[in-house]
Design a protein around this ligand. Structure first.
Ligand SMILES: [Fe+2]
Ligand SMILES: [Fe+2]
Length: 232
């Protein structure tokens, strides 16, 4: 029987929300305003020495790709070799784009002239839009092509074990930063299933921390419905 686990779509929903938010900030930022621009660049930061920094958006995109490369793709390549090879090549391309954006962003905040920063901001927006388009197409491909193959070829227990490995490698601050994007991006059925699993298996402090995050981040009506369905 085909499995039901989907390791990709829930986290991708969170990453899409993060991208939409960042895209909105980039296109409305006043690059003449150095303090607003510095705050934006701090969030964009892709310094791999800071890869554990919870708020770093580009690091989150880069480390998501790294987790797929190291934890999911070695198994998936046994039955989807060509697809996995393409996805890994795309990860490399995305990383190059992320590094180039970080470099441009750092150069931009060093420019003393507001006019020059505004000019550089146009270019930064173009580079980010190209990355976001590529990143979203890449996630669409993983969901449309790899998720069905993994469900066909791997058991739910095997996929759940991979998920456990990914979660165990996350420092708590990074895990909660990602959950802060993911939980409000899920529909009521997905979030109810996730919380029902937590209620069954998670230690009480973790269940409470995730519930508190939902209360803070998820749409109020949706979270009320989830609590009703799951009995929280
Ligand atoms: Fe990927
Ligand atoms: Fe992905």
């Amino acid at each position: 029987m085909a499995g039901t686990v989907d390791l990709f779509t829930p986290v991708h929903k969170g990453l899409r929300s993060m991208i939409y938010d960042l895209s909105g900030r980039l296109q409305t930022n006043d690059f003449a305003d150095i303090s607003a621009t510095t705050a934006l660049v701090t969030d964009l930061e892709n310094d791999f020495a800071l890869a554990r920094s919870a708020g770093c958006r580009l690091c989150t995109l880069a480390t998501h790709a790294h987790e797929e490369d190291t934890i999911i793709f070695p198994s998936a390549s046994k039955f989807a070799d060509r697809l996995v090879t393409t996805l890994i090549e795309e990860h490399h391309d995305l990383t190059q784009r992320e590094l180039a954006i970080a470099k441009t962003a750092h150069e931009l905040i060093e420019l003393p002239s507001p006019e020059r920063r505004v000019e550089a901001g146009v270019r930064l927006n173009q580079m980010a839009n190209t990355l976001f388009a590529a990143y979203i197409s890449h996630m669409n491909k993983e969901e449309a092509e790899l998720v069905p193959l993994m469900r066909e070829r791997l058991t739910d227990a095997e996929q759940a074990a991979m998920q456990g490995t990914i979660i165990s490698r996350f420092p708590p601050d990074r895990l909660f930063a990602l959950l802060g994007w993911m939980l409000p991006s899920l529909n009521v059925t997905e979030l109810s299933e996730l919380m029902a699993t937590q209620k069954k298996g998670a230690p009480h402090p973790l269940l409470k921390a995730v519930s508190d995050l939902c209360a803070a981040k998820v749409d109020t009506a949706r979270w009320s419905e989830v609590k009703l369905r799951v009995g929280l």
